[in-house]
Design a protein around this ligand. Structure first.
Ligand code: PLP
Length: 399
């Protein structure tokens, strides 16, 4: 019966990660997958999360189903973090927020909602974007296009071309934007560029769908969400998918949220109901454990302060690694391959290395990057950064 089913070629990032696990070489370095590792190369358990979890385990109780919209204290805390505790839109009850299965779940529920209520709308992604964006939206039946974004040569942004393309989109088109720490390039819009883009979205009657998977990894929790605050105050129709996978180091707990900013509390209530109906159709309701952990940290002032502190340490460690690899490569590679380590932000850098160079790094030096040249800077540490820099320098020199 199932004979005709073809083999799944696999997800390129996850497959590469598996190859890394099977690589027997002692000096191997994994800079492929988008995970934050600490300086010892371990996946951290954040102190505040550990404390919240101990408290939770001490008071284990019954586990009923959560509502389709999720755990109420979690939804509220997620909304406050994304939009600001004192947001006007929040106070007037016009943001519909629901718990989702990670940031990916938020994208899928949002995509299903858009397909149902904006059946003729098509979506535009940055070129390039996180590979799964296209998969998620296309699998919801939405036609996906791209807008110019990354400048291959300089390692910067093609802002004018991006703006021109967005200016040409029909009304009700959906524009997917990364709030901060763009995946895969590490290239973000600066404040002036956001200020130029937002009125275009508004005048063209476009729908902004902002994906925020790295809040706190760019410049800070508030700073990284500044574009969202600007979009809300400018009245742009806005949908936000956010993830706690990285900033809580809770990858496997699948904690995310989806928010739709509406014009009134009444509209938000109806939208929330329809989002819940998409959850019901997909997986009925979300899981409890991770949501209780995140809410437990965000809603307890001492734990929250500890979490914020630890998150800043993570952010600063990434910045320190950016500086270390820059220093290690300085004088060994041309300027355009160098400056990007300091200019790009967040967990990723597009190194500008060619596919052949990436392959040679893996084969000859056991250093794993994505084929596109994307490096997860958060996989560097004091022990491997020097080795990685000399491996890159040697590959660049001899190709
Ligand atoms: N959006 C972007 C840009 C991402 O990089 C990721 C994860 O890598 C996600 C969404 C998905 O997040 P989650 O793992 O919470 O589903």
């Amino acid at each position: 019966m199932f004979e005709h089913v073809p083999a799944y070629p696999g997800d390129p990032i996850l497959s590469l990660n598996e190859d890394f696990q099977h690589d027997p070489r002692q000096n191997k370095v994994n800079l492929s997958i988008g995970i934050y590792f600490d300086d010892a190369g371990a996946l951290p358990v954040m102190g505040a999360v550990r404390e919240a979890e101990s408290a939770l385990l001490g008071s284990i109780g019954p586990r009923p189903y959560l509502p389709m919209t999720g755990h109420a204290p979690y939804r509220d805390a997620a909304q406050a973090l994304v939009f600001g505790a004192d947001s006007e839109a929040r106070a007037s009850g016009r943001i519909a927020t629901l718990q989702t299965i990670g940031g990916s779940g938020a994208l899928k529920v949002g995509a299903d909602f858009l397909k149902r209520y904006f059946p003729n709308s098509q979506l535009w992604l940055s070129d390039p974007s996180w590979e799964n964006h296209r998969v998620v939206f296309e699998s919801a039946g939405i036609t996906v296009h791209t807008y110019p974004y990354y400048d291959e040569h300089s390692g910067g942004l093609r802002f004018e071309q991006m703006l021109d393309r967005i200016k040409s989109l029909p009304p009700q088109s959906i524009v997917l934007l990364h709030a901060c720490c763009h995946n895969p390039t590490g290239v973000d819009l600066d404040d002036a560029q956001w200020a130029e883009l937002v009125p275009v979205l508004q005048q063209r009657k476009l729908i902004a769908f902002v994906d925020m998977a790295y809040q706190g990894f760019g410049a800070g929790l508030e700073e990284d969400a500044a574009c969202i605050r600007l979009l809300v105050s400018s009245g742009v129709p806005l949908i936000v998918a956010n993830s706690f996978s990285k900033n809580f180091s809770l990858y496997g707990e699948r904690c995310g949220a989806l928010s739709v900013v509406c014009e009134s509390a009444d509209e938000a209530k109806r939208v929330l109901g329809q989002l819940a109906s998409r959850v019901r159709a997909n997986y009925s309701n979300p899981p409890t454990h991770g949501a209780r952990l995140v809410a437990g940290v965000l809603n307890a002032p001492a734990l929250r302060a500890s979490w914020e502190q630890e998150l800043s340490t993570m952010r600063e460690r990434i910045l320190a690694m950016r500086k270390r690899i820059y220093d290690g490569l300085n004088g060994h590679v041309e300027e355009r391959l160098l400056t990007r380590y300091l200019a790009q932000r967040g967990m990723f850098t597009y190194t500008g290395l060619t596919e052949i160079q990436v392959e040679r790094l893996r084969e000859e030096h056991a250093v794993y990057l994505l084929r596109s040249g994307r490096m997860c800077v958060a996989g560097l540490n004091e022990r491997n950064v020097g080795y990685v820099a000399s491996a890159i320098a040697s590959v660049v020199k001899s190709t």
